[in-house]
Design a protein around this ligand. Sequence first.
Ligand code: ADP
Ligand code: MG
Length: 432
Amino acid sequence: MAIKEFGVGQNIVGRGLADLEKYGSKGCGYFGKVLMSSGEKPVLGSKVLVDLAQPHLVLICGKRGYGKSYSMAVLLEEMARLPVEVKQRISVITIDTVGIFWSLKLPRREKLEQLADWDLRPGPTEVRVLVPAGKLDFYKSKKIPIDGAFTLKASELDAVEWMALFRLTWADKEGILITRAVETVKEQLGTYYGIDDIIAAIKRDKGSEASTRQAVINRVKAAKAWGLIEKKGTKISEIAKPGAITVIDVSAYRQAIGMEGTKDIIVALLGKKLFEERMLYRKEEEMRLVRGEKRESAMPIVWMFIDEAHMFMPKGEDNIALKVLLEWVRVGRQPGLSLVLATQRPEKLHPDAISQCDLFISHRMTSQPDIQAVSALRPSYMHQDFDRYYHEMPKGKGFALIVDDKTEKVLMLKVRPRFSWDAGVTASAFVR
Ligand SMILES: Nc1ncnc2c1ncn2[C@@H]1O[C@H](COP(=O)(O)OP(=O)(O)O)[C@@H](O)[C@H]1O
Ligand SMILES: [Mg+2]
């Protein structure tokens, strides 16, 4: 193993020299320890800290079951433990499609010796779990502790989003009709209307056949029953709260037939609103700096964590969230928008999400097409191919390779054990 690449002392990734001198390790999170030897039981060396105070695009890869969600949870635990003055400027939003991140709230109760080995202790993490308003019963029946519900504002869905929701296109008669109906209500009612108004507009539509109208009405009525889209909608400032770690749990839509589009719409609308607001506030922040005032605005910088990111950012396919997330990926760091994307199928992920990442974290990978996909990254400071790193990586869970553009470091590490309970294990038992 190329030990010479692995530094001694404290390893900070994602933070350049100038910031390191200015801030030290403040605003960094404890992610793991570097490997000091090869083999399945490697000697662990110095700590690896990850910069969480500045915008990044973090990509976490690895085959199923090797620690992607776990590593995300570790980062979330660290986010929650940032010093208050840093934390207050950050808002974290986690899109949870599987329903596993709520358990961050609970202290760990199993395998406590893992924590003891690291001189760490179990503890709860302060997270806020929000679920779609119409699905409250689902979460209550699963005894998932939730903190609130959210809805989307109907007028924020444009015709394309309605079509995406129902998997319709312009080529469908139904697609054309929903477009016309949405445009009509927008014209007549502005930004305050609900699903019933759209249904009324469909009923009044003259340019369509009765059977098409009925088909669309059925779909829109079904959408009403989801309890997600409402006249009022939750304010984005309510969702992206400064200092809060928010889990948006959309797992209720996971297996529901005909609702596949809902999680995409949630991500697309949240992503779009956050992008717009951050752009606005960024200007406000700059004006303050120009006037010699402190840099602070009501809208914090945002970190969005997306597990199973290939679902929202597929390669060679369309998704209503894709366009929005690509904007985050390409220009988001400037207005302060960070993404942490995790996927077991980098080959299925939009290539921009790979090429634009500045912090690459990879657990074990064995599938050649997936390794090929990330090989596109191979920066000049990496001294050997990804293949070799994966070959050298211990086969256990929680080992990872980090490639950091900021410091041009390549590290092999073990991710630290979680403080909180890991619902990943139990949740899969539920389903089966
Ligand atoms: N850093 C780690 N330390 C200890 N166990 C880990 C670590 N990372 C993962 N694991 C174990 O592996 C399991 C699967 O990890 P998970 O993150 O759910 O995989 P996936 O990559 O599919 O998201 C976890 O439930 C946990 O038991
Ligand atoms: Mg996972």
